[in-house]
Structure formats: C-alpha cells, structure tokens
Design a protein around this ligand. Structure first.
Ligand SMILES: CC(C)(COP(=O)(O)OP(=O)(O)OC[C@H]1O[C@@H](n2cnc3c(N)ncnc32)[C@H](O)[C@@H]1OP(=O)(O)O)[C@@H](O)C(=O)NCCC(=O)NCCS
Length: 188
C-alpha cells in the first residue's frame, strides 16, 4: 500500500472517495485545466471516476498518486504522482495539479522533488517522464527547475476537443537527480 509522505509544508495522502468534492473543485477550474488537455469534471461522478482510476493504479502498482494537503489540514489543495508506471522500463510518468490559490509559492517544486525521490528510491524507477502542452510555461519552468530535460517535441500529435495539440516530452534520469535523498541512498 502506498504510504503517506510528509514534505516540508505538505502531507501527501492517497485519495479516497471522500475527496470527490475537492477534486471536482480542482478539475472543474478552467485555470487549472487550461493546458491539461484532458476532460474537466462536469459533476461529482466524474471526480469519483478520477479518484477510482488513481485507487486502481495505486493498487496494481501501475501508478503512485497522492492528494496534496497542507500540513495539519484536511484541505486538499492538489494532487501529484506517477499517473502511469511502465514497469518494464522502470519509468514513471508525472501528473500533477495545484489549486491556483497556491501557485508560485514553491509548493509543487517541493512536492515533486520528494515524489521523484520516492520514485527513484522506493519504486526503483530509472527515469521519470512528463508530457506537457508546450504552452504550459508554468509546467515547463517547474520541470526544468527539477532538473528535467526537454527530449522530444511532437507536432499536432495529440487530438483533444477538436484540435491537434503539440507535445513536449521532458525526462529526468535517476543519475541526474542530485537531491539529498539520492546522496543518502548511495551512503546506505
Ligand atoms: C504547473 C503548476 C503545478 C506549478 O505549480 P506551482 O506550485 O505554482 O510551481 P512552483 O511555485 O513550485 O514553481 C516552481 C518553479 O516553476 C516555474 N514556474 C511556476 N509557475 C510558473 C509560471 N506561471 N510561469 C513561469 N514559470 C513558472 C518557476 O521556475 C518556479 O520557480 P520560481 O518561482 O522560483 O521562479 C501549477 O501552475 C498548476 O497546477 N497548473 C495547472 C495544472 C497543470 O497545468 N498541471 C500540469 C499538467 S502537465
């Protein structure tokens, strides 16, 4: 079972169905969904379906996903994790979103840094991928700050809502992730 994780300012807990109203709030927010290129939640059932996919993926070790809570608070402010894990290639794919009230406070950097640590150290990943809409400059900036490199660019390869979108693929190799947790790993 996926453990709860503590970052400096947040607590990361796997989602359950009681979080559906907060997930609905997040995934029906037009600012949050602008570059996600995935369906917004139209109702609570959509939010429950989203949570159900995370629960199933976590259970089957095909993903590792957490809700993001401020420490000592029951308020869900986002989610993050590996929405897909390719076991054969020891590669996880990031998925993440944060409520706009908390943007640009360094929170997602803190959360993804610790999740990357967990992925390399505990899930045995060799690399992490992120596939983003090139217009998502916040996401691109965040990934670069984490040490990701832009490795591939595809033109109009993704069809969503009647439009062909471009994609940028970013990647981070374990050996290039030089955060303290990896240093600790090599010392043990
Ligand atoms: C992308 C997202 C998660 C960033 O979260 P955040 O908590 O605001 O990011 P942080 O505060 O940790 O920022 C870390 C770094 O990312 C970059 N960054 C973040 N927001 C940025 C923006 N709007 N423009 C440019 N760079 C940005 C900066 O380099 C920033 O470091 P700095 O503030 O010291 O300059 C947030 O904007 C979000 O939830 N967007 C909607 C959902 C989404 O698009 N998810 C990704 C799908 S691929």
């Amino acid at each position: 079972m996926l453990p709860e994780l503590q970052t400096f300012r947040t607590c990361l807990k796997p989602l359950n169905f009681s979080h559906a109203p907060q997930i609905f709030d997040l995934r029906s927010n037009t600012e949050v969904m602008r570059y996600m290129d995935s369906e917004s939640c139209r109702n609570l059932e959509d939010a429950e379906m989203f949570i159900c996919r995370q629960i199933e993926a976590n259970k089957e070790n095909e993903g590792a996903n957490w809700g993001i809570f401020l420490r000592d608070s029951a308020q869900l402010i986002g989610y993050a994790g590996f929405w897909r894990i390719n076991k054969e290639h020891f590669r996880g794919e990031f998925g993440y979103a944060l409520h706009p009230d908390f943007w640009r406070t360094g929170l997602m950097l803190e959360v993804l840094n610790d999740i990357a640590c967990y992925g390399f150290k505990n899930l045995g990943l060799h690399s992490i991928e992120a596939n983003i809409n090139p217009k998502n400059s916040a996401s691109a900036g965040l990934l670069l700050k984490l040490g990701f490199k832009l490795e591939a660019q595809f033109s109009e390869n993704f069809y969503f809502n009647g439009i062909f979108h471009d994609s940028h693929i970013y990647s981070l190799l374990e050996k290039n992730f030089i955060q303290s947790c990896i240093n600790e790993k090599s010392e043990t």
